[in-house]
Design a protein around this ligand. Structure first.
Ligand code: AMP
Length: 492
């Protein structure tokens, strides 16, 4: 399969080529022709699968077929977070570089006046977070009555973040006749309800494996007492010479504190969370992306939608309260066909969270003790004789590293998209088509230690093929309204 067969115009193919993409990702191969046909789409795809180009390329193609003036937004992309909005806007500008279309992004947290000026000059494509868009629509400083294509990106996230009412209010500003594209990593009942009310006989497009990126992620749990987590993290980063690590903490305060402590340990770090100004968030992200800091400590909300190329390590410093967030967190690594490693530092009082995560994944995560750090037992299993299944448990979709021995680990191997769509894997993933099944998880606690490594690795329970990939997310609510703006991105 190559891009030329999808029906996109030459200007877009040139832009894709200049990005170095050789073949479409599965979601792109499926969605692009359908969208070009004018159909509504319900897309099951997570960040990291290439979904942005899957809707942006055909959207640009359709819009470029007519040159409507004066310029009111003819395409509207709604995203849950400022960062994702900015990233989508960047993609729109990149892929549309050879077309005469204009785009801009609006979100809160920054002055509204420059956005008003930009909107007044006219744009074809508007990328927005719901709150700030409603500010504009209410004034009104934007006219949404000419919108032909509506995209809801990361719809499940938007619902999680409590945007359902804002979305409904936005819909009232739109014409009833339009093409609707809804992308979501998972299908909760809420997403289904939203899709039912929004989409007109949609084409359901799912990438073969919803959470392909996670298949390239090797996952490990290091048991550790709560008070020694920081010390262990420092040790792993320094000894393993980890170059770029995204660390998740539960609270904003915890993120700040940890970043400061790591700095004291000589590990360059910065924090990103909702209490920081947008300018500080942007700086933290760019310092991390361009290698000025090794560790970015983030809260779940701040990290949503971050696209950091080839991120090799994600660390769960605190396990998330909501198990589905674990899947989103580890989706930050192993992106775009790269392999990655997800490390969880788990203390005894997080045992039930670990269990919930494993139930969601329908698999158990390898446990590896780091000598000298596991003061308290988190009862993850008892050592048992070596079992032949160990090899299989390590087969994380190819390319995944076997152990996290700090000295040995380094940047992940590159791998192609073809790997994503190919082989089966034992990795946990959410299919989103059903609730996770608590019975799916092996009840037995048959673990074992591994000799000769200086560390113990335990595996618990059994996992059958039919259990693989089950799981769904629950709606959760969180705060963080976002939005803010930047200037127009003229795509011509
Ligand atoms: P997304 O799922 O849209 O966040 O995309 C994740 C990453 O995949 C981005 O860094 C894109 O630049 C990259 N990407 C998108 N399409 C392709 C492709 N066909 N081949 C290789 N990389 C791609």
């Amino acid at each position: 399969m190559n891009f030329e067969t999808l029906g996109l115009k030459a200007e877009l193919l040139d832009a894709v080529r200049s990005q170095g993409y050789t073949e479409p990702t599965p979601i792109q191969a499926s969605a692009i022709p359908v969208i070009l046909n004018g159909k509504d789409v319900l897309g099951g795809a997570q960040t990291g699968t290439g979904k942005t180009a899957a809707f942006t390329l055909p959207m640009l193609d359709l819009l470029s077929r007519s040159d409507a003036k004066p310029r009111y937004p003819r395409a509207l992309v709604l995203t849950p977070t400022r960062e994702l909005a900015a990233q989508v806007a960047e993609s729109v500008a990149t892929y549309g570089t050879n077309l005469r279309l204009r785009s801009t992004v609006v979100y809160g947290g920054v002055g509204i006046n420059p956005q008003i000026d930009t909107l007044r000059r006219g744009v074809d494509i508007l990328i927005a977070t719901p709150g700030r868009l409603l500010d504009h629509a209410g004034r009104p400083t934007v006219d949404l009555s000419k919108v032909e294509i509506l995209v809801l990106d990361e719809a499940d996230r938007m619902l999680d973040m409590g945007f359902i009412h804002d979305i409904k209010r936005v819909l009232k500003f739109l014409p009833t006749r339009r093409q609707n594209l809804l992308f979501s990593a998972t299908y909760t009942n809420e997403v289904k309800r939203l899709a039912d009310g929004l989409l007109n006989r949609p084409e359901l497009i799912e990438v073969a494996r919803r959470n392909t990126s996670a298949e390239l992620v090797s996952q490990v749990v290091h048991p550790v007492g709560r008070t020694r987590k920081r010390e262990l993290l420092s040790y792993l980063v320094r000894e393993g010479e980890w170059s770029q690590v995204l660390v998740f903490t539960r609270t904003k305060h915890g993120a700040n504190r940890l970043a400061k402590q790591l700095e004291t340990d000589g590990v360059s770090s910065t924090a990103i969370h909702g209490n920081k100004s947008q300018a500080a968030r942007t700086k933290a992200l760019s310092d991390f992306k361009n290698g000025k800091v090794r560790v970015l400590v983030a809260t779940d909300i701040a990290a949503r939608g971050l696209d950091i190329d080839k991120l090799p390590h994600v660390v769960n410093y605190d396990l998330p309260q909501v198990p589905e967030d674990y899947v989103h967190r580890i989706g930050r690594t192993g992106r775009a066909g790269e392999s990655g490693r997800a490390v969880s530092l788990v203390c005894p009082d997080e045992r039930s969270q670990l269990k919930s995560i494993e139930r969601l994944l329908s698999r158990q995560i390898e446990v590896e003790e780091i000598p000298g750090y596991k003061k308290e037992n988190i009862e993850v299993g008892s050592p048992a004789p070596t079992s032949p299944r160990r090899t299989a448990r390590h087969g994380h979709g190819g390319g995944a590293q076997r152990t996290s021995r700090p000295k040995a680990s380094g940047r992940s191997q590159a791998s192609g998209w073809s790997r994503d769509s190919a082989a089966s894997s034992n990795s946990g993933r959410t299919s989103g088509t059903g609730r996770s099944n608590s019975q799916a998880r092996g009840a037995s606690e048959e673990g074992r230690g591994e000799e000769g490594t200086g560390r113990k690795r335990y595996y618990r329970g059994k996992r059958t093929e039919s259990q693989a990939g089950r799981g769904a997310r629950r709606g959760t609510s969180s705060s963080s309204r976002s939005g803010r703006s930047s200037g127009v991105k003229k795509v011509s």
